[in-house]
Design a protein around this ligand. Structure first.
Ligand code: FAD
Length: 549
C-alpha cells in the first residue's frame, strides 16, 4: 500500500519503520463495527461534550472536568446507573451502555434531534496504521451479505438514528441521496441501510484502508505479533470484527433438495424457523403465495423473539407472531381448532392478505420424509402428539439461526481466545454468548487480540460504540508507548446480563449446546446464498420485489 493511499499511515513517521511489521493493526470484517473503529483509528477521538449537559446530572458531573472518553474508567462512570432514574439498559455491556447514552442522550424523546454529548475531535497524530479486511464485496458486513433470502425492502428493527455511525449520519446520507429531510422514527429498508454503510467509508474519508472481497485465514501468533498466512501480513494487533451472523444453520441433507424447487403461489412454500428471518420471508412473499410454516413454540422456555415486537412499531412482525400463536393454540389438544381469523385480533398487516387461505402454521413439528417429484415434493411431518400429515411443497427457506466463525484463527490462537484446552478440539463457531463472559472482563480477549461489535454479544449497532472506543483507547495507548491495563474495565460488578437486548435477531435465540432442536439437525455453511438456494428461490424473491441480485 502506498503511503499516500492511506492517511493513517502518513501521519506517524514510525509507520515507515515497519521492517518487521507490515501494519500495526488488522481488523477482520468490514461491518459497522469495523467502520466505527477505523474512524477512531484515523484520529477522530471522542470527548464528552457538556453543552447541553447530559440529562443524568451525576454522569455529567463525573465527565465535566474529565471529558476524554477513550480511556474512560467505565466502572467509575457507570456504577450509579442501576440506581439512576434514567432507564439504562441492564443487559448490554456497561461500556456499551455508557457510550450509547452519551452518543444519543435523548433518543427516546426526539429521535432525530441530533443532540449528542460526544464530540469527535480530529487528532491525526494519534492515528493508528491499520487495514480493514472484509469478505463482503462492499463495506457493511452482514448488511451487504443478506444470506437469508429476504426482500431488500424489509425494514430494519432500529430507527435510522440508531444505525448511524459518527461523522456521517444516516439522516445526512438520506438528505444527500434524496434531497429530502429524513422523517423522524424512520425504519429504513435493508437496501437503504446497506447503501448507507457502503457509502460511509468514502464519506468520512477512511476508505483507503478498506479491502473488500478478501477473506483472511491462518492468523497465528508470532514472537512479536501476528502473522496472517492468507495475505502474508504481519501486524502487532488483531481486532476481530467478524460478527456472529456469517454462517447460516443448514438443514440436514434430506431437506436440502427442497430449497432448489421454484416456488409457485398455489403450492406451499415451506418456511422453517421462529425468528425474524423466517418472518422476513413470510412478509416478503407475494401476497397470494401459500406458506407452510414450521416453527419452534415454547413461550415459557424460549419464546419467539417476535413476541417482543409491538404491533404499532413492528406491525408485520407482530402480525406474523399472531399467526404463529393462533396456529400453536389450535394445535393444543383441548383447545378448539383453528377457525377464521377473528376480527378483534386483526391488525392492518393481517388485513393485507387472506391468511386463512394462504398460511398454515405448525408448532414443534418434525419432518420425517421427503419424496421428490418432478416439480414439487411430498413432505411428511410429525406433530408433537405423534400424528403425521403430508403436504406438497415447492421451495423451502430454512431460517433457524445464524452464527459467526473464528475459523480464520489457527488452533492455538483460537484456544487462547476461547480459553480452551488445547488437547481437545475447540469449535470456531461463535454465538452471542460465546465470548460474552470474556467481554465483561475485557474486550482484549487475549494479549493484543480484541473483539468489537456483535462478537461482544451486544449486536445492535448503537452498542458497538462502546467496544470500539475501548479497543481504540488501548490501541492508541499502545502505539503511543503507554502501557495498557488488562481486565476490569468493563466489569462494574453488576450481575452478568442475559442477552435480552438482541434476543430476536437470529443468532441470539440460542439453544444451550446440548439442547436438541425441534425441527432438524443443524449444520453450518458459509453464507453464500447461491450455494444454499441454487437459483430458484432467489430469482423468485428478487423478481417479485423488483430488486437486484
Ligand atoms: C437479519 C438481521 C437484522 C438486523 N437488524 C438490525 C437492526 O435493525 N439494528 C441493529 O442495530 N442491528 C441489527 N442487526 C444486528 C447486526 O449485528 C448489526 O447490525 C451489525 O451488522 C453488527 O456489525 P458487526 O460489524 O459486528 O458485524 P457484521 O455486520 O456481521 O460484519 C462482519 C463481517 O465480517 C466478515 N468476515 C467474517 N470472517 C471474515 C474473514 N475471515 N475475513 C474477512 N471478513 C470476514 C463477515 O462475512 C461480515 O461481512 C441485525 C442482524 C441481522 C442478522
Amino acid at each position: 500500500m502506498s503511503r499516500s493511499a492511506c492517511p493513517a499511515l502518513d501521519v506517524r513517521p514510525e509507520a515507515q519503520d515497519m521492517s518487521s511489521m507490515d501494519v500495526d493493526t488488522i481488523i477482520v470484517g468490514n461491518g459497522p463495527a469495523a467502520m466505527l473503529l477505523s474512524y477512531i483509528l484515523h484520529g477522530h477521538l471522542p470527548y464528552y461534550s457538556s453543552n447541553p449537559p447530559h440529562p443524568d446530572p451525576l454522569l455529567h458531573a463525573k465527565l465535566r472536568d474529565a471529558p476524554e472518553l477513550l480511556n474512560a474508567d467505565v466502572h467509575a462512570l457507570t456504577d450509579h446507573f442501576a440506581a439512576s432514574r434514567l432507564s439504562y439498559s441492564t443487559q448490554a455491556l456497561p461500556v456499551n451502555v455508557l457510550l450509547d447514552t452519551l452518543v444519543r442522550p435523548s433518543v427516546d424523546i426526539e429521535e432525530l434531534g441530533g443532540i449528542t454529548n460526544v464530540e469527535w475531535r480530529y487528532v491525526p497524530e494519534k492515528a493508528v496504521p491499520h487495514l480493514v479486511f472484509g469478505d463482503a464485496p462492499r463495506a457493511g458486513g452482514q448488511w451487504t451479505d443478506n444470506p437469508v433470502p429476504a426482500s431488500w425492502d424489509i425494514q430494519t428493527l432500529s430507527y435510522a438514528s440508531m444505525l448511524s455511525l459518527p461523522g456521517y449520519s444516516f439522516a445526512e446520507h438520506y438528505r444527500k441521496a434524496t434531497g429530502k429531510e429524513l422523517p423522524a422514527f424512520t425504519r429504513p429498508t435493508r437496501e437503504e441501510t446497506a447503501d448507507y454503510f457502503c457509502t460511509y467509508p468514502e464519506a468520512v474519508r477512511i476508505d483507503d484502508v478498506f479491502r473488500f472481497s478478501e477473506t483472511l485465514s491462518g492468523i497465528s501468533r508470532t514472537e512479536n505479533g501476528f502473522h496472517i498466512r492468507s495475505h502474508n501480513i504481519r501486524c502487532k494487533n488483531v481486532v476481530l470484527a467478524s460478527g456472529i451472523f456469517t454462517q447460516v444453520l443448514q438443514p440436514r441433507p434430506m431437506l436440502q433438495p427442497l430449497a432448489s424447487l421454484q416456488p409457485t403461489p398455489e403450492v406451499p412454500l415451506l418456511v422453517i424457523g421462529s425468528g425474524f428471518s423466517a418472518a422476513d420471508i413470510i412478509i416478503s412473499a407475494p401476497k397470494d403465495q401459500k406458506l407452510l410454516h414450521i416453527f419452534k413454540w415454547d413461550p415459557e422456555g424460549r419464546p419467539s423473539p417476535l413476541r417482543g415486537c409491538h404491533h404499532q412499531a413492528y406491525p408485520e412482525y407482530a402480525g406474523v407472531y399472531r399467526l404463529m400463536k393462533r396456529a400453536a393454540l389450535a394445535a393444543e389438544p383441548a383447545k378448539p381448532k383453528r377457525g377464521k381469523m377473528r376480527r378483534a385480533s386483526s391488525t392492518p398487516f393481517l388485513e393485507t392478505r387472506p391468511w386463512d387461505d394462504i398460511y398454515e402454521g405448525h408448532p414443534n413439528t418434525a419432518i420425517v420424509a421427503v419424496e421428490m417429484q418432478e416439480e414439487q415434493a411430498l413432505v411428511t411431518f410429525r406433530q408433537s402428539d405423534g400424528s403425521t400429515f403430508t403436504r406438497p411443497v415447492r421451495g423451502m427457506v430454512y431460517a433457524t439461526g445464524r452464527r459467526g466463525s473464528l475459523e480464520y484463527l489457527d488452533s492455538e490462537l483460537l484456544s487462547e481466545v476461547r480459553e480452551g484446552d488445547e488437547a481437545t478440539e475447540i469449535s470456531p463457531v461463535i454465538s452471542a454468548r460465546t465470548l460474552r463472559g470474556k467481554a465483561f472482563e475485557d474486550i482484549e480477549v487475549a494479549p493484543d487480540v480484541f473483539i468489537i461489535g456483535s462478537l461482544t454479544g451486544d449486536s445492535l449497532i448503537r452498542f458497538a460504540y462502546g467496544s470500539c472506543v475501548q479497543a481504540a483507547g488501548k490501541l492508541i495507548s499502545a502505539r503511543a508507548g503507554q502501557e495498557r491495563v488488562r481486565g476490569g474495565s468493563n466489569n462494574n460488578s453488576r450481575p452478568q446480563s442475559s442477552l435480552g437486548v438482541m434476543r430476536g435477531i437470529d443468532g441470539h435465540d440460542i439453544s444451550p449446546p446440548n439442547e436438541s432442536r425441534v425441527v432438524d439437525t443443524d449444520r453450518m455453511t458459509p453464507s453464500i446464498p447461491q450455494k444454499i438456494m441454487s437459483g430458484g428461490l432467489w430469482k423468485w424473491l428478487w423478481g417479485w420485489s423488483g430488486m437486484k441480485s
